[in-house]
Design a protein around this ligand. Sequence first.
Ligand code: BG6
Length: 509
Amino acid sequence: MTNPFRFPEEQAQLPEPAILIIFGVTGDLARRKLMPALYNLARENLLPARFAVVGFARSDWNDGKLRAEMRRAVEAFSRTPLLGPVWEEFAQHLYYFRSHYDDAEGFRRLDECLQELDARYNIPGNRLHYVATPPVVFQQIIRHIGLVGLNRPRTPGSWVRVVIEKPFGTDLASARQLNASVGQVFSEDQVFRIDHYLGKETVQNLLAFRFANSIYEPLWNQKYIDHVQITVAESVGIETRAGFYDQTGALRDMVQNHMMQLLSLMAMEPPVALEANAVRDEKVKVLRAIKRLAPADVSKAVVRGQYGPGAIHGQPVPGYRQEPGVHPNSTTETYVAMKLEIDNWRWAGVPFYLRTGKRLPKKISEIAVYFRTPPQLLFERGEFDHAFTTNVLSIQIQPNEGISLTFNAKVPGSEMRIRPVVMDFRYGSSFGLSTPEAYERLLLDAWQGDATLFIRADEVEESWRLLTPVLETWQRMPPPDFPNYPAGTWGPSDADVLLALDGRRWRRL
Ligand code: BG6
């Protein structure tokens, strides 16, 4: 079992020999994330000597074409430059397999191909299936894997696992159905549902920060914390993904998965062990404790937005409805802000405010914990009123990863003036390492069978249970005011009102 507190470099054991099968290898995810991650693992000698990667897709490619395309992808997207000899060695292990996702005969041939590769590399039958296709074909692929027996270990002692990409369902009913289909073919301990936020160093550091230190945990509750703000802001628009995004929107794309994960890790109780099910048990409890949003609460607790034309870093950019491939009257939300309450002993009365959006002024993700004001203020606030702040602990997930604590200090001089100052920890300056990409960590964990950083079936369903009523309410009430924020601004004014009604405001980032 690997330890989520360690960098992969420090993990002593290499994964076992295995074949990784990437369904959808011609797609964006394989080029941008999976292949660069595999290349970096190879570069750091973290892959076993005996392995093969089989890319499965419908296009008319062959091994040579796959290797050439993936080389270009690694050159473009890897966090480290491509080193010729490392690439050449790695590329020898890449194979292309062409078939349709609903072709049983194709899957039978795949099985034969994998057996040949087992023999060539002396691999004992271990298989890591990676479903990296658009979600419409997830079920077909899983069903065919089962149909030809590629879900079962081929030899005693070997293993088969499956990694499933997001989005896992589009609402509660579809997530349940997908879980049921997957459950007919795989047992839950074979299934690795991915959320790449869990692979980010800073997100894992949240566990270390909370449970490897004794000074914060006593404060981590309603007695000392006033509220929490979680922001995942992006300056990019929808890039080339209109087809996907216009059907999806920000709530499904970001809130249901990434933001719910951040919230769960921030709010969960200490797990009994640093082990997959113990950690996931605690995360599920948080999700179950979040107060359900009845349809009547949705408009009070949730704000949606869509960007109009504006400017990012001084450059004009089109509005969402003008993006190529987007319906000109689209009502898809590109921004969500919401207020959630966790009804348990630790968090009763502490609002969690979440916001995420495309085309905001900058890319920044952070969790900000606002502590309560001191019980009695001894200092005149007067002139410095605006500067006085409650203590804020900011956990910056990206970029400029780190943690900072804002507190009030005396301004030097004869008067007693108070001003906020910041105590800062930055990954870059403290560790001086280029941190691994989320996918490196997650691929390695799935290969080694550690599901701590993957989503369990009940977790994904709880998250959809909470958010499906929002989607249903929105569907009944189309937004009257879209677009309601210009690109390059911090979202619709209603999001400010959401906090203002509670006497609070969003942190300036
Ligand atoms: C993906 C979403 O899951 O996360 C994208 O589909 C989004 O829309 C991306 O841009 C953000 O990830 P990161 O790692 O850049 O914060």
